[in-house]
Design a protein around this ligand. Structure first.
Ligand SMILES: Nc1ncnc2c1ncn2[C@@H]1O[C@H](COP(=O)(O)OP(=O)(O)OP(=O)(O)O)[C@@H](O)[C@H]1O
Ligand SMILES: [Mg+2]
Length: 304
């Protein structure tokens, strides 16, 4: 079982419009609502892949009820941590193959809430193969909060994937997370370096055991103890759609690969194919199954 932690989940609302023009009024073609947050997306993808997963998350208020209803509809096993602040919303405006995001920050949880969350995770770890910790921290929590979850997983001998950015990421590195998955902007923000390979190596030097950097359409750069690889689709493959959550699909694939001890080149090929198939699906955490399988043999892996 793969346990995901989403400390700051959201009700994701997507408005589809034809073209987005600032300072004008738009007719919304379609409104879509679903449970959101990075760990939730990871669990949704894992569920669709037929993997056992439990999503740990706080939920409260009307948005929290809507999130839980959607998780039930999607068959995503979840465990609600009581004491969180009212669940936030994210608003995506999808137009012309482009997405504009408005992310509410999320309310501060009750005192002692993090302790409750840690207890819930601790209780799930004996049945877990991998812990995935994703996304931002809600207001009021110290940046070292994720570091404590990395330590907790390691105490049980479990691999842990950390997909966060800024201080919650960098403050956890010396606890040696098994894998971190920054995107290009997160790499730059964490290291101040513009070259992705240099930046990924720098994060590894700071303590991450493996750094799997996702670079949007340019695929994945992996710096691991066993080698360094670049994995991407050939330039002739153009995948259009909604890239939101593509990184979460890559994390889902990598978590499954860690659980099954899959060799890196195969793991990276699947992460690239699955995340690209997620871009082709309209909403985060969904993917086109046929495209996933069709893309897999096309992924180009280069050892650096
Ligand atoms: N346009 C695209 N075409 C093909 N593959 C893509 C495209 N965009 C993203 N991907 C795939 O998805 C992976 C993750 O994308 P990206 O680097 O944008 O993640 P991210 O910014 O962490 O996303 P999120 O945090 O929204 O889940 C990439 O490494 C790549 O394999
Ligand atoms: Mg991401």
């Amino acid at each position: 079982m793969i346990v995901t932690v989403t400390a700051n989940p959201a009700l994701d609302v997507t408005y589809s419009v034809k073209t987005l023009t600032p300072n004008t009024t738009h007719r919304v073609i379609e409104t879509h609502e679903q449970a959101g947050g990075k760990g939730v997306n990871v669990s949704r993808v894992l569920t669709a892949l037929g993997r056992r997963t439990t999503a740990v998350l706080p939920l409260a208020g009307a948005n929290g009820i809507a999130v839980q209803d959607d998780l039930k509809r999607a068959g995503v096993t979840h465990c609600v941590v009581p004491g969180g602040g009212p669940t936030r919303r994210t608003i995506a405006v999808a137009a012309d193959d482009d997405v504009t995001m408005l992310n509410e920050p999320g309310a501060a949880p009750d005192d002692g809430w993090w302790h409750t969350l840690t207890g819930v995770v601790h209780g799930l770890l004996p049945g877990a193969q991998v812990l995935v910790v994703s996304g931002s921290l809600p207001a009021g929590l110290p940046p070292s909060a994720y570091r404590a979850l990395v330590v907790l997983a390691h105490q049980r001998g479990l691999p842990v994937i950390l997909d966060s950015d800024g201080l919650p990421l960098t403050a956890a590195l010396d606890a040696r997370p098994t894998l971190v998955k920054p995107n290009g902007a997160e790499l730059l923000a964490a290291t101040g370096l513009t070259d992705p390979l240099e930046a990924a190596r720098a994060l590894k030097d700071l303590g991450a055991q493996s750094v799997i950097a996702s670079l949007g359409p340019d695929g994945i750069l992996a710096v691991t103890p066993d080698g360094t690889w670049r994995a991407c689709l050939p330039a002739s493959f153009t995948i259009r759609g909604n890239p939101t959550g593509a990184g979460d699909a890559a994390v889902a694939s990598l978590a499954a690969a860690l659980a099954d001890a899959v060799p890196w080149p195969l793991a990276l090929a699947d992460a690239v194919a699955l995340s690209a198939a997620t871009v082709a699906a309209p909403y985060a955490g969904r993917f086109d199954r046929d495209l996933h399988q069709a893309l897999l043999p096309a992924v180009h892996i280069e050892a650096l």
